[in-house]
Design a protein around this ligand. Structure first.
Ligand code: SAH
Ligand code: MG
Length: 934
């Protein structure tokens, strides 16, 4: 088992090769594990009997720049581990398993630098060798001068050795240059450096044959390569501008970048680490000489920028301190090809990069709806969540900001019996030490505890955000506990994201502390500020005070007929929409964002409020049109196809956003999907089967379904062989009845079975109608909770005193069961508020239309009183779960049986006062089977 293996692993607390690969490549790393047929020792080639015994596995790891194949192993896991290790080796990523001493690190660094300038290396596929070859093609003095920054940027091994010499290299990239230069100076027999310059040169020329074979074989296409890059001025007053340049076939791209930065040679350029994925070649280029003073001779290694101002935007993107103007480009040599690799960086991609570093931005991008989507305020269920899940978002966010992987700790909250909602709530205890499960590597839940170990137990989760050096930045421990471990993890992750998001949205320190409280977060101000000092200022850099045009109450025009199907809290709405940037007066319009089908959960704030408000007023099939004030410019620019044009539009005009939204369809909330997802067979089916049992038991020939809705019971009943001859449904929703009529009509016309007549009536079941009297069976499934409580009492009286079916089956949700459906126990905060009424405490109703949901006690009291009053016997039962253990059935059922014929009135209810031909219902549909029976 995986769990056991991990526990026995002595290196549990060091980062595994797989984790390193994951951190660097994320989903771009794919492991393909295959079984390998073990060759029989003394194989009989003709024999095709499959080998018994343990098989072996081999793993192929595909990375964007290379692929490796592992050795053969008994366990899949070992094969993967081996592949990851091989890949790291090839990439030159040194794993400091046994932290080298300072001396060893220096020694290795010197030998690595020596190797990079060896004959063998020049012909290799290493990206560094592309640079070497390019410098060798240069004419004159510059021939063969390799910028030190290139070595730092391209070789993972050099990089990690520099880090073992001094971890500060991580934030101060210049320190690495200094180390590389010192190492090169120790190879003065073969390499030369200069005091002032940031380059290394090999002293002896390469042998001609090696030069020929490596530099010549480049597919020297005769045309120059065009690079579309961006210029990021260090002053935030100045705009980021597109910048293009051509790299001639024999040229060195770094020389051209140097020239664009106003520098005389590439040795004066510095290169940042790659931005985004490790496999990307997107980097920032900036001047070295002007702002950094390198003093290799000094024993105290001091690298301080001496002048120039911090380039906030570039520093934010790279996570390194960058001074002066910078160029952002995706160009360089990659592993798989000897040709120069180039990708265009547009202004749009720049704004998206910025956006992707914000917690909500990554979510918006994953939804493909930068302007319209918002990071939801709550994680309800996985089925309702769209876009990347909170945990993935948080892991990506931490990676983006160069923090350690978030550390999730889940603990089990044992619940011996379900919380008794009628009595004082029991204290919930959190088992800490021995029941804690931890997983820190790549955030996959421990499989062993995916299921509740004990029925009724729930999970709590705490998440820690740590810096690269393992300092705690924040801890979030949500009060809520959850039935499923995965839900508590997602909720904790989401809370952290929401809090970071508030910070990025320019929150004051006071509100930040407040929101931390409400999100169950404690944070270390000092550590936090250090890691995130630039974030809000970058994000807000281009914001201007935009005059309000649309005003606060935006006017929504809704078009199309009302279909009656409207979403409500918990529904999934599916819309198509478009957003246009429009100048006031509407002369110029530019499409910013649109989707043919976009789904979101109503009530969680997963879209901008204007859209949610509009959709809440619409019914399926309708369209809404409205204008709103423009949001932050970054959002618009990230969405725009042509930010340059958009900026000029925004600058010269008053603009607003014009929305057009069509509601395509809605998926009903919680109740239906929970019932489908959690019960097998689904609860609705169990209710039908329950009714069928009673029909068969009682030899019933007539059935009336009170509150039949769209006829799901009547329809399903027809699938069973029963003795029913007459079936009738009553409801107050004509729309539902029409649907029911269609279904029943087509089914009965095809195969009526025993049915002779059927009808659907439109009317309230609390009002007498003589046509509803004297049925063998009455059913009323999941209806009473849709009425006010007093109406439910009235229905009880009317049905048992006047309609008097021989058997009446009434079902309604068991409120106590919501603890399981909604996966949360009574939280500690609520425990304190004992004076709170039951209804106010903790659980949502299962459906927005429910007026009440009763506990078992409340339901039993309602039914027992009615039974006594109207001379019925009553039994209690239910479907979903079990009646023997708390919290009882999911749906509770009362079965009333008529004891004798009508007794003299016992109460003051509306007992048999109406005459035999009193009709109040309208007939919506009626069907008779040929022979003309009524
Ligand atoms: N029994 C159906 C529908 C349940 S939904 C099923 O199990 O699928 C509840 C239904 O009760 C709705 O269709 C609603 O229109 C109906 N309803 C609510 N109050 C009513 C009343 N006073 N009279 C008749 N029907 C009512
Ligand atoms: Mg209901």
């Amino acid at each position: 088992m995986e769990g056991e293996g991990a526990a026995a692993d002595p290196r549990k607390h060091t980062i595994t090769p797989k984790a390193v690969i994951h951190t660097k490549f994320g989903s771009k790393a794919t492991y393909v594990v295959e079984e390998v047929i073990e060759q029989p020792q003394n194989g009989c080639p003709g024999l095709s009997i499959p080998q018994k015994g343990p098989c072996l596995y081999q793993c192929r790891l595909e990375l964007p720049e290379l692929s490796v194949v592992s050795g053969q192993f008994r366990k899949k896991k070992d094969a993967e581990h081996d592949a990851a290790q091989k890949a790291l080796h090839k990439l030159g990523i040194h794993q400091s398993k046994d932290n080298p001493t300072l001396e060893e690190a220096w020694e290795e660094l010197v030998s690595r630098i020596g190797y990079l300038f060896s004959d063998e290396f020049l012909a290799s596929q290493h990206p560094m060798s592309g640079h070497l070859r390019a410098t060798l093609r240069r004419e004159g003095d510059l021939c063969g001068l390799v910028p030190i920054t290139v070595i730092a940027a391209c070789d993972g091994k050099v990089n990690s050795l520099c880090k073992s010499i001094d971890p500060k290299v991580d934030s101060n990239a210049c320190l690495a240059l200094l180390f590389i230069k010192s190492a090169a100076s120790k190879l003065s027999g073969s390499l030369s450096t200069s005091d002032g310059g940031l380059w290394i040169k090999r002293q002896n020329p390469y042998p001609q044959n090696i030069l020929d074979s490596s530099t010549m074989q480049e597919s020297c296409s005769s045309c120059a390569i065009r690079v579309h890059a961006l210029y990021i001025p260090s002053s935030r007053e100045e705009l980021v501008e597109p910048l293009s340049f051509d790299v001639p076939p024999s040229g060195y791209y770094l020389d051209i970048i140097a020239q664009k930065l106003g520098l005389s040679s590439s040795s004066e350029v510095l290169i940042s680490r790659s931005i985004g994925r490790a496999s990307s070649e997107t980097r920032l280029y900036y001047a070295a000489s002007e702002f950094y003073q390198l003093d290799a001779s000094s024993t105290v290694q001091k690298v301080e920028p001496c002048r120039g101002s911090l380039n906030v935007r570039a520093s934010f993107l790279s996570g390194q301190d960058i001074f002066g103007d910078a160029i952002l480009a995706a160009v360089g040599y990659a592993w798989k090809s000897k040709e120069l690799f180039v990708e265009d960086i547009s202004l749009q991609s720049y704004f998206r990069m910025l956006m992707n570093k914000t917690p909500a931005g990554a979510y918006k991008l994953s939804r493909g709806a930068i302007i319209t989507a918002e990071l939801p305020a709550a994680f309800t269920t996985k089925t309702n969540w769209r876009g990347l899940l909170p945990r993935e978002l948080l892991c990506t966010f931490c990676r983006q900001h160069r923090l350690a992987e978030p550390k999730f700790t889940t603990s089990i909250v044992p619940v011996k019996s379900a919380p008794d909602l009628s009595g004082p709530p029991k204290k919930l205890r959190i088992m800490k030490s021995d029941e804690e499960t931890e997983y820190a590597d790549v955030g996959r839940p421990t499989p062993a505890v995916e299921e509740s170990p004990e029925s009724g137990s729930t999970f709590k989760c705490e998440v820690k955000i740590l810096s690269k050096t393992q300092e705690v930045i924040l801890v979030c421990s949500p009060k809520e506990s959850f039935k499923r471990q995965i839900d508590c993890i997602q909720t904790a992750a989401l809370k952290v994201l929401l809090w970071f998001n508030a910070y990025f949205l320019d929150t004051t320190p006071e509100t930040l502390t407040l929101s931390a409280d409400s999100l169950d977060i404690t944070f270390n101000t000092e550590h936090f500020r250090r890691e995130f000092k630039l974030s809000p200022s970058v994000y807000k850099y281009q914001q201007k005070k935009i005059p309000e045009i649309a005003g606060n109450n935006c006017h929504v025009i809704i078009e199309g007929p009302d279909s009656g199907m409207s979403p409500s809290s918990g529904s999934l709405a599916s819309i198509s929409y478009s957003v246009l940037l429009a100048t006031v007066g509407g002369h110029v319009k530019e499409l910013l964002e649109s989707a043919n089908e976009f789904e979101f959960e109503i009530g969680t704030g997963s879209v901008v409020s204007h859209v949610e408000v509009a959709v809440a007023q619409m019914s399926v099939g309708q369209s809404a049109f409205f204008s709103v004030d423009i949001p932050d410019q970054e959002l618009i620019l990230a969405a725009s196809d042509d930010p340059t044009r958009t900026i000029s539009l925004l600058d010269s005009n008053s603009c607003c956003l014009e929305y057009c939204v069509t509601l395509l369809h809605i998926t009903e909330p919680l109740e239906d999907r929970m019932e489908q997802a959690l019960f097998s067979p689904p609860l609705s089916k169990q209710r039908v089967e329950y009714a069928v049992c009673h029909i068969r038991e009682s030899d019933a020939t007539s059935l009336v379904d009170f509150g039949c809705g769209s006829g799901s019971l009547l329809d399903s009943l027809l699938d069973y062989a029963t003795g029913l001859e007459k079936i009738v449904g009553v409801d107050i929703s004509v729309k539902s009845l029409i649907r029911a009529a269609k279904v029943l009509h087509s089914k009965l016309s095809k195969n009526p079975g025993s049915i002779k007549s059927s009808a659907l009536y439109d009317g309230s079941i609390t009002v007498f109608d003589s046509r509803l009297c004297d049925f063998d069976i009455g059913t009323c499934l999941e209806v009473i909770e849709h009425m006010e409580e007093e109406q439910a009492h009235l229905f009880g009286d009317v049905v048992l005193s006047s309609f008097r079916p021989k058997t009446l089956i009434v079902s309604t949700p068991n409120y106590e069961y919501n603890v399981i459906l909604q996966g949360s126990a009574v939280s500690s905060q609520e425990e304190d508020a004992e004076e709170k009424s039951q209804q106010e405490r903790s659980y949502k109703f299962r459906n927005h239309d429910h007026k009440f949901e009763w506990t078992r006690k409340q339901f039993e009291s309602w039914a027992s009183k009615l039974a006594v009053k109207h001379n019925y016997r009553v039994e209690f039962s239910g479907v979903g779960g079990s009646g023997d253990v708390d919290p009882g059935f999911a749906s509770q059922i009362a079965v009333f049986r008529r004891e004798a014929l009508q007794l003299p009135s016992l109460g003051d209810g509306p007992v048999a006062t109406a005459g035999p031909a009193s009709h109040h219902c309208n007939i919506v549909w009626e069907w008779n089977n040929g022979s003309g029976l009524p």
